[in-house]
Design a protein around this ligand. Sequence first.
Ligand code: ZN
Length: 453
Amino acid sequence: MENKEYQPVIGLEIHIELATASKMFCGCDAYHFNVEPNTHCCPVCLGLPGALPVPNKKAIEWTIRLGLALNCRILEESKFDRKNYFYPDLPKGYQISQYDQPFCVQGKVILKEGREIRIRRVHLEEDTGKLLHTEIGGKKCTLVDFNRSGIPLLEVVTEPDFQNSQEVDEFLKDLQRTVRYLGISDADMEKGSLRIEPNISIKTKSVKGKAQNDEELPLYKVEVKNINSFRFARKAIEYEIERQIEILQGGETPIQETRGWNETENKTVSQREKEEAHDYRYFPEPDIPPMNFTPEKIAEIKKQIPELPEKKEKRFIKEFKLSPYQVDLLIETKELADYYEEALKINGKIDGRKYSSPSEIANWLINRKVDIKTVSPEKLIKDLIASKEVTSVSEAEMSRIVDETLSENAQAAADYKKGKTAVLGFLIGQAVKKIGPQADRQEITRELIEKLK
Ligand SMILES: [Zn+2]
């Protein structure tokens, strides 16, 4: 045991439900949250015989948008394929997906510490319906809601380049933010519009002897499903790493299988042994011709991509001299980042004492948790200016107030003179009370120190 070293090998499959108005291959309304079951359906998304699919152009462009944001290569020719899949949540008995010619391949993302995560592919498919297991008249039954059936579903597949749960966490949060910046999905894990399936295995290295070839992957992998938050993703991965290492330490190899995350028991449980890709018997979708993307077309899609978080982060730090902490919070959403820049523009038109530094504005926005939906950037700047305006008091008046404060707090004044300088804050507070909350604290401090000499 002591001469072995275990290295987790983690890859991700991520499904993202696109926020297009209509479904992937028909004109049905794609909105399906809290909608009466089976009301957004037609012969196409119900898979009725003779119905012909017509691809949603926007969904395809959005897939390419994300592919470009993930530094992928866009294939000149792509096509859809049928993936045979026999389960009641898919009415056709197959899913239209992409097999050997997905829209985007070979991307990469660089994590903060500089590690590169390769993106194998980004492809487009259709979502399935939803099964509801319930009881009617004392009988257990399963109901199917096809409102979700046929909604455009994007899939991102990474290479198994992650080494721990923290890397996965960073990648997923960045991906979610990017997807939101691109405006292609709300990528909400609780709603299921972002679903992640990590696959995990452990590489064994002999520490004393020669290391296992780095390129060589373990002969098994375990896929984990039922993860609906970033926190559960971390926990599920950590649980699996520990479970698999224990098996390996016992001299055995974990089984290749699909496991589900059980959030109440905080563990993964076996669901089924994994099907191989050939079980799906993919073949080209005969009803949709292959598609071609010229460099001009790809350039056009590229233009739709706004400044992405990573670039914005660097620019904010450089241009506005903000700390990475401030920037991280400001670029959380595109709306907040845009709002901040709008406020800066308004602030830029103000001169002199009333001008606030970009950092001051950032802090005001962050610390006060300003609701950018109700407070306009103009109002924000006005509030910030008002907070800086001080109640002016004449020199004689200031002198009188400070004298009064010292005589009323003779003990504190005496303590200060004995060297207990910490009481100064208390004395300042007492003087502020006499003038009001907008009192000029600097003036008061100066006067107090003068009189306490
Ligand atoms: Zn439909």
